[in-house]
Design a protein around this ligand. Structure first.
Ligand SMILES: Cc1ncc(COP(=O)(O)O)c(C=O)c1O
Length: 372
C-alpha cells in the first residue's frame, strides 16, 4: 500500500482538547539508542538486552502460533499461568501477565495508587517508574541511593507516610546494579505497614550470583503485602515479544486482572514464554546466565586494573558513576562503535553484551582514563 503524499494530507485542524496537566511534568521514557541510526554499525549495549538470540525451541514455538493468529490469544493464558504457578508454588490465578513487566508495574500502580497517593522507590532506579506513577496520578517519592550507590533502606522506611500505597524495590537495581539480601528485605518489611504493597522488581534476578540472591519466594510466602515482578525480556531474551508477570497474593492478583489491558500477552509471546520454561531451554538459559556473570567479572576486573572504582554490579550491566561527564562518556564510546546509556549527570550504564562488545567496552574505558 502506498503512503499518502504530502499533497494528499489534510491540514492539521485547530484543536483545544484538554490533556491532564500532570503530563507536563512527566519525563519521557528514553529507550537505549539502536546500534545503527546513522549508517555506522555499532554494538548495542544500551538496553540490557540478551546478546543471544532465542533458542530453536522458542523460535519454533513462536512460528507455530502464526497459523492461528487470526484468533485472539487465550486471554486467561491458562497453560502459561499453570506452568508459572507450579514453578512459583502458587495457584495459577496468582500469576498476572501482561505485555512485559513494565506493563504489569503499570497495572499495579492502577490497582493500588489513587490520585495523590505516594509511591516510594530508590533513585536512581528504573526510568519507567516515575512515568508509570505520574501518568496514573500518583506522586513519586524518590529516595536517593547512598554515595556508594547502595540502597538507603533507612531513608526509604522514614519516607513512608499515610499516603504511601506502594514501595518498589528493584533488585538488582537498574541502572546501578546494587542488590538487596533476604535479611535486608525482611528487616525493611518489618517497618512497612501491612496495607502498603511492596513490589520486588526482579527483572535481572537470574544474573545475580545464585549463592547470595535474595530468597524472594520465601519472602513472598511470609508477607501478604509483597508482590514479585518478573520478565521474560532479559535472560530469556524475549524483549521484542513483550511478556512479563507478577506473582501476587489472591486479592491483588484479582485486582491486577481487573485493570490490565485484555489480551495483553499475545499468542507468540505466550508460546515463547512457555517454551522458555522447558527443561532443555532452562538449562541453556542457565549456561547463558553463567556466561554473563563470568563476562561481568572479567569486565569489572579489567576496569579495576585501569583504576576505575565501580559500584557493585549484580545485573547484566555495569554502571560508571561519571557524573557531569556522562554525556561526554556516551559520545566518546559512540564514536568508537559502542552504544551506551547515559543518565543525565549521574552516570552511564553499559550492558554486558557480546564478547567483542565487552572487549570494546574495556578498551574504551581504558582510553577514557588515559585521556583524563
Ligand atoms: C528494572 C526493570 N524492570 C522491568 C523492566 C521491564 O521489562 P519488560 O521488558 O518485561 O517490560 C526493565 C526493562 O528494562 C527493567 O530494567
Amino acid at each position: 500500500m502506498s503512503s499518502p503524499s504530502d499533497s494528499d494530507r489534510y491540514p492539521e485542524p485547530t484543536e483545544s482538547i484538554r490533556l491532564r496537566p500532570t503530563l507536563d511534568d512527566l519525563p519521557a521514557y528514553v529507550a537505549g539508542r539502536p546500534a545503527v541510526d546513522d549508517g555506522q554499525r555499532r554494538f548495542k549495549a544500551s538496553s540490557n538486552e540478551s546478546p543471544f538470540p532465542p533458542v530453536a525451541a522458542v523460535r519454533e514455538a513462536v512460528v507455530a502460533t502464526l497459523e492461528g493468529s487470526h484468533r485472539y490469544p487465550d486471554a486467561a493464558a491458562l497453560e502459561l499461568r499453570a506452568e508459572l504457578g507450579a514453578r512459583h508454588g502458587v495457584d495459577p490465578s496468582q500469576i498476572a501477565l501482561s505485555t512485559g513487566s513494565v506493563a504489569v508495574t503499570g497495572d499495579l500502580v492502577r490497582a493500588v495508587v489513587g490520585e495523590g497517593d505516594e509511591v516510594i522507590y530508590p533513585w536512581r532506579s528504573f526510568e519507567a517508574y516515575p512515568i508509570l506513577v505520574g501518568s496514573h496520578g500518583g506522586v513519586s517519592v524518590q529516595v536517593p541511593l547512598t554515595d556508594e550507590l547502595e540502597y538507603d533502606l533507612e531513608a526509604m522506611a522514614a519516607a513512608i507516610t499515610e499516603r504511601t500505597r506502594l514501595i518498589i524495590l528493584c533488585t538488582p537495581n537498574n541502572p546501578t546494579g546494587a542488590s538487596l539480601s533476604t535479611t535486608q528485605i525482611e528487616e525493611f518489611l518489618g517497618r512497612v505497614p501491612a496495607e502498603v504493597v511492596v513490589a520486588i522488581d526482579e527483572a535481572y534476578r537470574e544474573f545475580h550470583d545464585p549463592a547470595t540472591v535474595a530468597g524472594t519466594a520465601g519472602i513472598f510466602r511470609r508477607h501478604g503485602n509483597v508482590v514479585l515482578l518478573r520478565t521474560f525480556s532479559k535472560l530469556q531474551g524475549l524483549a521484542g515479544l513483550r511478556i512479563g508477570y507478577a506473582v501476587a497474593h489472591p486479592r491483588l492478583a484479582r485486582a491486577l486482572s481487573q485493570v490490565t489491558v485484555p489480551f495483553g500477552a499475545s499468542m507468540p509471546a505466550q508460546a515463547a514464554a512457555l517454551a522458555s520454561l522447558g527443561v532443555d531451554v532452562r538449562e541453556e538459559l542457565a549456561r547463558r546466565a553463567e556466561w554473563i556473570r563470568t563476562e561481568r567479572s572479567r569486565v569489572l576486573a579489567a576496569l579495576a586494573a585501569q583504576g576505575w572504582t565501580m559500584p557493585s554490579a549484580h545485573g547484566n550491566f555495569v554502571y560508571f558513576p561519571v557524573r557531569e561527564r556522562s554525556s561526554e562518556f556516551v559520545a566518546f564510546a559512540d564514536e568508537r562503535g559502542l552504544v551506551l546509556r547515559g543518565y543525565g549527570t549521574d552516570g552511564v550504564r553499559a550492558t554486558i553484551a557480546e564478547q567483542e562488545a565487552n572487549d570494546l567496552l574495556i578498551e574504551i574505558a581504558g582510553q577514557w582514563r588515559e585521556r583524563g
